[in-house]
Design a protein around this ligand. Structure first.
Ligand code: ADP
Ligand code: MG
Length: 684
């Protein structure tokens, strides 16, 4: 053979090299050798030296170069944990990334997950006190640790990973860390980021050095659509099928979508199509990945694709930089992302599907060039790329409700919010809106200082609004005694996205009798399951995800423990013993508790359907009850809709949908629970 012949052209030479590189990769399979192949490995010593010399270091590198999995291990190997006395924390913006990466690192270190290496995400702590030295966690969890340990004394190194994502929690962490670094000279801070934003971080930390890890990135051929696509879902499916039938194997496909529902529906459609095509095409393995996917299924994306098959990964932007999936050669990118968007004038948060930034779609395209030259199919035009897309994504801090963060900062004793160090400052209107909101909930007094209730709300491992619901249910004169029920509902509301198997039919109606709200439906489902001794079979019979209910049970336990610690359980039980019949007025009491926690989430029936209400200044927004809601079916069954309805979620997709709805049967309840906001009760 002519292996030794020098090819004539550059590109052929590239191909030759690439082929050899790939063969090399195929040959080396053992995990330790894989570690040595990662781009960061050749910089191991230089990195450690830079960290020794500088308190803060920014590490920039291509996705997949080994920042998240390797850097913390290097720090561990370099003795930063002082033989187990201190810890290393690595934060991630996403839960899925925290758990997946921790599992991978435990594997690489050949230890049991939850011992030396663990993770901590909300409602799930897989660490062992006194044993865990390397802790992967969501940025929100580290933020909570500041409440108990304001100088993070347990830690010797903090790695703020995926900092370019600029989540609210990451931004606040960076501000808090900037504050404590001068007092904790021995604490090392590593900020790692994909290739965007690095200089901004450096400037924020007094021009600290930036360490660049040159990545291995093969060329990616980018294609655009000639015309704008009216239906990107359609286009995405046909692009995938085209790749599958025309492009050679091996070579997996990664499709970027906006959320669970979209992913599940596309998965279903593609399965139908490939089933019809049968053996005329190579087998196509379709694997979804999104935040609420059960953990067992999450691991499937990492299973190597069998010979002669193709894998297509349907992902949210979790696969943009947080997770690296080996073997991807094709990226299909409609260019959309789902984002929270807070409108200070109305005080409402909407979940919006918006076009990605250029930086994001470039990151996405890069995913195709990790194992070899790749192709990226963009389902938008080149013109749109250059003329319509924003350069950078907007940091969360400028587009989200800041109430929770403000409350946390206040409880940490940081009262000068305007001068708190932040990479990007939120607008004054959004800050004052959150103060107003916290005042409405009773977390702040009229002087703007945090109240006892505000501190209690901070203690709970859930949003302060839910904490307010629980507090009300145990203590408020006219509705106390329903703490247990409210805890169940709040726990269920955290997991409703993955509750039902096969979502098409009216969920839950076959399980419980007539209920008139989603909240009561969730309560009844939980109670039924408990009555059946938490049975797995009961779940199967009723098409409910057993694992989800187990998570609900766990969340319930944690909320209950917290309520107990705060003395709320004792108060509640005293009331309950005095009540003639605890089940009387149950629904009314529960409704009132939720009004006290979510006064801003109320819609009123008008001539054109429901409109949101809030402060007088707001004009309100037309909203529609989502078809998955119990309330939707009641209106359809021609029952008289209630004048007010409370909702837990507002989504903007094809329409403004409200989900998880609770009808408010008496208008007077609004004024009774939140007189500052609803003063119309006197008129009627
Ligand atoms: P970076 O943080 O720089 O993007 P990572 O450290 O996440 O890079 O990834 C390094 C390598 O580890 C990649 O090749 C990736 O495929 C592999 N890897 C990471 N997580 C897993 C996992 N859960 N299963 C298998 N491989 C993984
Ligand atoms: Mg990473």
């Amino acid at each position: 053979d002519n292996e030794e012949v020098m090819p004539e052209k550059d590109s052929e030479y590239d191909n030759h090299l690439i082929e050899r590189l790939q063969k090399e990769q195929d040959r080396i399979t053992s995990i330790q050798e894989m570690r040595k192949l990662l781009p960061v490995y050749s910089y191991r010593n230089a990195l450690l030296e830079a960290i020794r010399e500088h308190q803060t270091l920014i590490v920039v590198g291509e996705t997949g170069s080994g920042k998240t999995t390797q850097l913390p291990q290097y720090l561990l190997e370099d003795g930063y944990t002082k033989g187990g006395k201190l810890r290393i924390a690595v934060t991630q913006p996403r839960r899925v990334a925290a758990t997946a990466v921790a599992a991978r690192v435990a594997d690489e270190m050949d230890v049991v997950l939850g011992k030396e290496v663990g993770y901590s995400i909300r409602f799930e702590d897989k660490t062992t006190e006194g044993k865990t030295v390397l802790k992967y966690m969501t940025d929100g969890m580290l933020l909570r640790e500041f409440l108990e340990d304001p100088e993070l004394k347990k830690y010797s190194c903090i790695m703020i990973d995926e900092a370019h994502e600029r989540t609210l929690a990451t931004d606040i962490l960076l501000g808090l860390l900037k504050d404590i670094l001068p007092h904790r000279k021995d604490l090392k801070l590593v900020i790692s980021s994909a290739t965007m934003n690095a200089t901004k971080f450096s400037r924020f930390f007094n021009n600290c050095p930036i360490f660049n890890v040159p990545g291995r990135r093969y060329p990616v051929d980018i294609r655009y659509t000639v015309q704008p696509e009216a239906n990107y879902i359609h286009a995405a499916i046909s692009t995938v099928l085209q790749i599958h039938t025309k492009e050679p194997l091996p070579g997996d496909i990664l499709v970027f979508l906006t959320g669970q529902e979209e992913i599940e529906s596309i998965k279903e459609k593609m399965e139908q199509i490939t089933e019809k095509m049968g053996s005329t095409i190579a087998p196509l393995i379709i694997t979804p990945i999104y935040a609420n996917l059960p953990q067992e299924q999450q691991n499937e994306i990492f299973i190597p694709t069998p010979h002669n098959c193709r894998k297509v990964v349907l992902a949210t932007n979790i696969a943009e930089t947080s997770l690296t999936i080996d073997g991807i050669k094709y990226v299909v990118d409609p260019g959309y992302v789902k984002e929270n968007s807070f409108v200070p004038s109305t005080g409402m948060t909407q979940l919006l599907t918006v076009p990605c930034s250029r930086a994001s779609v470039d990151q996405r395209a890069g995913r195709a060039g990790r194992v070899g030259p790749g192709k990226c199919f963009r389902i938008f035009t080149k013109w749109s790329y250059y003329n319509e897309l924003e350069l950078m994504p907007k940091p969360e801090i400028v587009r989200t409700n800041l109430s929770h963060t403000v409350l946390l900062l206040l409880s940490l004793g940081i009262t000068d919010l305007i001068n708190f160090p932040m990479l990007d400052k939120p607008s004054i209107s959004s800050l004052s809106k959150s103060l107003e909101n916290l005042y409405l909930l009773g977390a702040l007094n009229s002087k703007g200082s945090i109240t006892r209730l505000g501190r209690i709300m901070c203690e709970f491992p859930c949003e302060p609004e839910y904490a307010k619901v629980l507090h009300t249910s145990a203590t408020h004169d006219s509705c106390r005694g329903v703490l247990d029920e409210c805890i169940s509902i709040v726990a269920m509301l955290h997991e409703t996205k993955s509750l039902f198997l096969g979502q098409k039919s009216h969920p839950g109606s076959h399980i419980v009798g007539q209920v008139d709200s989603d909240h009561m439906l969730y309560l009844e489902i939980y109670n039924e399951w408990r009555n059946y001794n938490y049975s797995r079979i009961w779940c199967q019979d009723h098409k409910i995800q057993y694992k989800t209910l187990c998570r609900v049970r766990n969340i319930r336990d944690q909320l209950f423990k917290c309520a107990d610690k705060l003395g709320l359980v004792a108060v509640n039980e005293t009331v309950r013993r005095e009540m003639v019949d605890p089940s009387s007025h149950l629904a009314a009491k529960i409704t009132k508790c939720f009004i006290s926690g979510f006064p801003m989430n109320v819609a009123q029936l008008g001539t054109t359907g429901y409109r949101t209400v809030g402060k007088k200044s707001t004009s309100g927004l037309n909203v529609y009850v989502h078809p998955s809601s119990v309330v939707f079916h009641q209106t359809r069954d021609a029952k008289k809709p209630s004048k007010h309805v409370l909702y837990q979620q507002l989504m903007l997709t094809s329409k403004e949908f409200i989900r998880d709805c609770l009808p408010i049967h008496k208008e007077s309840w609004l004024g009774e629970m939140v007189p500052q906001l609803f003063n119309f009760s006197k008129k009627s």
